[in-house]
Ligand binder design. Sequence first.
Ligand SMILES: *[C@@H]1O[C@H](CO)[C@@H](O)[C@H](O)[C@H]1NC(C)=O
Ligand SMILES: *[C@@H]1O[C@H](CO)[C@@H](O)[C@H](O)[C@H]1NC(C)=O
Ligand SMILES: *[C@@H]1O[C@H](CO)[C@@H](O)[C@H](O)[C@H]1NC(C)=O
Ligand SMILES: *[C@@H]1O[C@H](CO)[C@@H](O)[C@H](O)[C@H]1NC(C)=O
Ligand SMILES: *[C@@H]1O[C@H](CO)[C@@H](O)[C@H](O)[C@H]1NC(C)=O
Ligand SMILES: *[C@@H]1O[C@H](CO)[C@@H](O)[C@H](O)[C@H]1NC(C)=O
Ligand SMILES: *[C@@H]1O[C@H](CO)[C@@H](O)[C@H](O)[C@H]1NC(C)=O
Length: 271
Amino acid sequence: MNCCWAPFLYLCLLVSQSRTAEASQETLHWMEKMEVAAKSRISTSSAELIHGLELRLLNASFGGHNLTLQTQIIQALAFKLNCNFSGLSLSSAALEKVPQARPQHAMQFPAELTRNACRTRSRDLRLICIYFSSTRFFQKDINSSLLNNYVLGAQLSHGYVSNLSEPVNISFWHNQSLEGYTVTCVFWKERASKHHWGAWSPEGCHTEQPTPSQVLCRCNHLTYFAVLMVCVHPVWMRVVRAAEGSTSRTEQKGKSWCKGQKSNSKGFKGG
Ligand SMILES: *[C@@H]1O[C@H](CO)[C@@H](O)[C@H](O)[C@H]1NC(C)=O
Ligand SMILES: *[C@@H]1O[C@H](CO)[C@@H](O)[C@H](O)[C@H]1NC(C)=O
Ligand SMILES: *[C@@H]1O[C@H](CO)[C@@H](O)[C@H](O)[C@H]1NC(C)=O
Ligand SMILES: *[C@@H]1O[C@H](CO)[C@@H](O)[C@H](O)[C@H]1NC(C)=O
Ligand SMILES: *[C@@H]1O[C@H](CO)[C@@H](O)[C@H](O)[C@H]1NC(C)=O
Ligand SMILES: *[C@@H]1O[C@H](CO)[C@@H](O)[C@H](O)[C@H]1NC(C)=O
Ligand SMILES: *[C@@H]1O[C@H](CO)[C@@H](O)[C@H](O)[C@H]1NC(C)=O
């Protein structure tokens, strides 16, 4: 018996594995398409690209409990959850297949996350996380930049998660001085802007700086999160402007007041 079944089982395994691979391959292709759009500045709608990725990730079939896909600027994760969910802690240090020199980040989800979904459905749930190390798909604002150019997103299948009593913790570690900046945890609020597909909003998020190198965002819902850095240098600007009277010189000198100017300007141009 064994000798006859073995090849068949092997074949079944291969077929199911390749189906799984196909589904995640499609998602990976979409991510690569997004990356090309980001580089070439093709004006494909950011909303369309991001929602397309969300749909693919929510629907991709895969074996095991989790799926990790990665391109240069996007990392996408999917986790199968059930109603026994007791919370989840994700750290970029553990997620990187190849250890990167990038600054770290982490997310902690409370057990409460699945409560509403489980009240109405008994189906299996899925949590997806989409991490960007580029601001390309989001709003550019000349007066602010995003810490590390990170935008960290999370979403649960079966409905929007909001009004959590125990917040989601999102930690950003930075490798640059925040001197001269005010930092604020924000989330991407869709349709909140006339000119873009959304805008950054601090509603429902609480900003803490538990250590000099960490910004902790405690938010009561799921969406895309970032830390907005606003350079505060009005006095310096005025002094330089009075002394030299040149606007472009003024801008340059004004910005250099903030120590993170390098990554800052990267955020403006390429981000
Ligand atoms: C979801 O995935 C299945 C196969 O895995 C596919 O047949 C179906 O078209 C997908 N649905 C959407 C909305 O992408
Ligand atoms: C994904 O699942 C594998 C085993 O299936 C496990 O070793 C790994 O830690 C999981 N990854 C995450 C981020 O939970
Ligand atoms: C949830 O936990 C209960 C008891 O702890 C167990 O009987 C049940 O099989 C679990 N359900 C799933 C989907 O893991
Ligand atoms: C911070 O990290 C980025 C990305 O890894 C790196 O390019 C940059 O040089 C680092 N900055 C400092 C001040 O270490
Ligand atoms: C978030 O952080 C706070 C303070 O560090 C902690 O008490 C809480 O348990 C964390 N939440 C989750 C979901 O891990
Ligand atoms: C940027 O800051 C300047 C000076 O504070 C202000 O006049 C301008 O409206 C701001 N621009 C945006 C887009 O917020
Ligand atoms: C949020 O939850 C609190 C209790 O935790 C409840 O009193 C309040 O009405 C809820 N708000 C919304 C908008 O659902």
